[in-house]
Write a protein that binds this ligand. Structure first.
Ligand SMILES: C[S@@+](CC[C@H](N)C(=O)[O-])C[C@H]1O[C@@H](n2cnc3c(N)ncnc32)[C@H](O)[C@@H]1O
Length: 287
């Protein structure tokens, strides 16, 4: 298997994978409010051949398979653990038109003209060389094929990221423990927001050969669990929080848990913990 995004492969085959799997296996998956909007934008028709980029545990892949049948859907992801879950779930659902493959989408040996549609739910922001990666997706699509994905807008628009991270990084503010906040401009860069700038996003896709690139803003709450404790646990296993915990002056696990419970409490309601998320829904074509 040829992997060029080795840091990502390591991250998504480590502790983050089990954590993400737990967040997406719930009846109320973390990004569930966006999935049908994404699939509608992809306009999948019966018989379509669909590629799901960074499919994770395969919820989008399974839903796409229902829409595409008798067409086939391939989910590709770096994470062996998440793909195991995806395969079990597809087989339990009795889907026979789904396959999963472990690989790096940036260099995966796709068949040329092999797909009518490529979709991704938050699986396209982590490429070290995004133009090369999208060029590979472009190669995999047939002429006239469609690309539809969701990715985060700017960090400052995404409370689910800024609220916990600014609290964790701001905890040393004198006399303001647990309420200290770091200015979002001083938070470390995260690959998560690499496509947040719509001009950059359009430029990357155009250089990869796509046309009709349309980023549309979509606001949808993200579901972080039934209560503040489940939500805090989910954050504790996420990549950005793991990175804070590993810093020499980072908080202890229990200190971080306490901070996170406080951070998510204002977002707890009858449906569990819901924090606003700001995304781009992007559509484009291979000419
Ligand atoms: C935020 S998760 C989203 C997973 C899934 N699409 C969902 O909505 O639950 C990002 C996923 O992208 C995958 N990923 C990141 N870079 C990738 C690459 N270069 N090739 C294949 N998968 C990649 C990760 O392994 C991870 O499963």
């Amino acid at each position: 298997m040829h992997i060029v995004n080795t840091d990502q492969a390591e991250a998504w085959n480590g502790p983050e994978a089990a954590n993400w799997a737990a967040r997406t296996d719930r009846d109320d998956p973390v990004n569930g409010a966006l999935t049908e909007t994404l699939l509608d934008a992809a306009a999948i028709e019966p018989g379509d051949r669909v590629l799901d980029i960074g499919c994770g545990t395969g919820d989008t892949t399974r839903r796409a398979a229902s829409r595409a049948a008798p067409g086939r859907v391939l989910g590709v992801d770096l994470s062996a653990l998440m793909l195991d879950r995806a395969r079990v779930a597809a087989s339990t659902a009795g889907l026979h038109n789904v396959e999963f493959a472990q690989g790096d989408v940036q260099v995966y040996p796709f068949p040329g003209n092999g797909f009518d549609v490529a979709i991704s739910q938050f699986g396209v922001m982590f490429f070290a060389e995004p133009v090369a990666a999208f060029r590979n997706v472009h190669y995999a699509l047939r002429p006239g094929g469609r690309l539809a994905f969701v990715c985060p807008r700017a960090m400052t628009e995404n409370a689910w990221y800024v609220a916990p991270m600014s609290a964790l990084y701001g905890r040393h503010d004198p006399g303001r423990r647990n309420t200290g906040r770091r200015d979002p401009d001083r938070l470390p860069d995260s690959a998560m927001f690499s496509l947040a700038d719509p001009d950059r996003l359009t430029n990357v896709l155009s250089r990869a050969g796509f046309t009709d690139v349309q980023p549309r803003p979509v606001d949808a709450p993200m579901a972080f669990g039934a209560d503040v404790h489940e939500a805090a646990q989910g954050f504790l296993g996420s990549g950005p929080v793991l990175a804070v915990l590993q810093q020499p002056d980072g908080p202890s696990l229990e200190e971080a848990r306490e901070i996170l419970v406080d951070v998510v409490r204002p977002y707890e309601g009858p449906d569990g913990v819901r924090i606003p998320g700001a995304s781009w829904l992007v559509t484009a074509h291979r000419p």
